[in-house]
Design a protein around this ligand. Structure first.
Ligand code: FEO
Length: 388
């Protein structure tokens, strides 16, 4: 397999995972890539590796440039196995290679995964010379593991950003000017929302650091490499990490016999008629990770569930559990739903919305059995009034 040249003597030697559709709960509809980068300098350097089942693909791409046994230095920006999984394969071929990782978190993580080795810890401000080039390390803890760091090569103005600025996007194209920008920005937003949103404060700190660097290429370890639209992705990260809601609304629900469905559609119409861009998601048809990008930038969230066995529907519980973990906060929310008797689900949904850190902006809406046309009109009017 072929390596892809980024600049003179710098190559992408990663792997393309066309068929992955579930990345620990994140639906990866467009697959993904695992970015590893080879720098041919006095010290042959590999930045990150790939998920273990793709080790042969990475080695084959490295072999397109040089025998993998000649690697002198490995930089492990992140312990998670989609980037470190092929370290054992490299170590086997290169028993004397120096492996740099963040300290102490990276050393601890790699040791836990692969056993004791002579890992060399580095921290923000540290740098190494690999010959004509320098590699500077910037710690980015909790983006999204404690060990995360990024590596910057000032002579080439390349930032090897690992998970940051990445997208789950499998393609034969490697660069942003070869791909359709709206699609990769959409995937970058989905990636940020599902992986990084809960670490917005750390993302802002990292953004400030990265923004101070002279960069003409951002080479993440998932998806497309940014070289033409760096300003677009930097501006997007500034917006997303600010966690400032826009004016949009997201209505998420599941329904048993279409009563909660009718309420959801009425709520959606009321938002829309108030001039608020609105998205409606039935959890029977939509994966929760596909809803998150809209939550990232919305102002209002309405979540509905009928009552089943005194509980909310499991699909709604699962969505709210996932959302609580992502911790979007700083948004207005309310609960709604129909019920036959009891009707406990609506209050349970409201409690979960509060636990997500949302402000409850309206009394929960409960309708027994089937909402009448008049009741739907009432819901519509109540929401229009709330939005005035
Ligand atoms: Fe792509 Fe946190 O690993």
């Amino acid at each position: 397999m072929k390596a892809t040249k980024l600049k003179e003597n710098i190559y992408w030697v990663g792997a393309i995972d066309w068929n992955v559709r579930n990345f620990h709960g994140y639906r990866t509809g467009r697959g993904t890539t695992y970015g590893a980068y080879l720098i041919m300098d006095e010290k042959v350097t590999l930045i990150d590796t790939v998920k273990a089942p793709f080790a042969e693909e990475m080695l084959s791409r490295i072999s397109d440039i040089i025998a993998p046994e000649k690697i002198d230095i490995v930089i492990s920006n992140h312990v998670e196995l989609d980037h470190s999984g092929s370290l054992p394969a490299i170590r086997k071929l290169c028993p004397n290679a120096s492996i740099y990782t963040s300290g102490p978190a990276g050393v601890k993580g790699l040791t836990a995964h692969f056993g004791t080795d002579s890992y060399i810890p580095v921290k923000s401000g540290d740098s190494i010379s690999i010959g004509r080039r320098t590699l500077n390390f910037v710690s980015t803890p909790m983006l999204h593991w404690p060990d995360n760091m990024v590596t910057y090569c000032p002579e080439e103005k390349i930032l090897f950003s690992n998970d940051a600025f990445g997208q789950h996007f499998a393609s034969t194209e490697r660069f942003d000017d070869e791909a359709y920008l709206p699609v990769i920005l959409e995937e970058a937003k989905k990636y940020y929302g599902n992986i990084i949103m809960c670490y917005g404060r750390q993302a802002q700190t990292a953004w400030n650091t990265v923004n101070s660097l002279d960069i003409d290429m951002i080479a993440p370890s998932h998806g497309i490499i940014w070289r033409k639209n760096i300003r677009d992705i930097m501006e997007a990260y500034a917006l997303w990490s600010g966690n400032e809601p826009s004016t949009g609304a997201v209505v998420v629900y599941d329904s048993m016999w279409n009563s909660t469905d009718a309420m959801a559609k009425t709520i959606s119409e009321a938002f829309c008629d108030s001039g608020i861009p609105t998205r409606l998601y039935d959890l029977k048809s939509n994966h929760y990770s596909d809803i998150v990008p809209d939550i990232l930038t919305c102002k209002y969230i309405a979540v509905g569930s009928p009552t089943l066995n005194s509980q909310m529907l499991p699909s709604v519980a699962s969505f709210l559990c996932y959302l609580k973990g992502l911790s979007p906060k700083n948004r207005e929310a309310f609960a709604f739903g129909s019920y036959g008797w009891g009707g406990q689900s609506i209050e349970l949904v409201e409690k979960e919305l509060e636990a997500c850190g949302f402000r409850i902006c309206m009394d929960k809406i409960r309708i027994q059995y089937i909402p009448s046309a008049e009741q739907l009109r009432e819901i519509y009017t109540t929401i229009r009034n709330m939005l005035k």
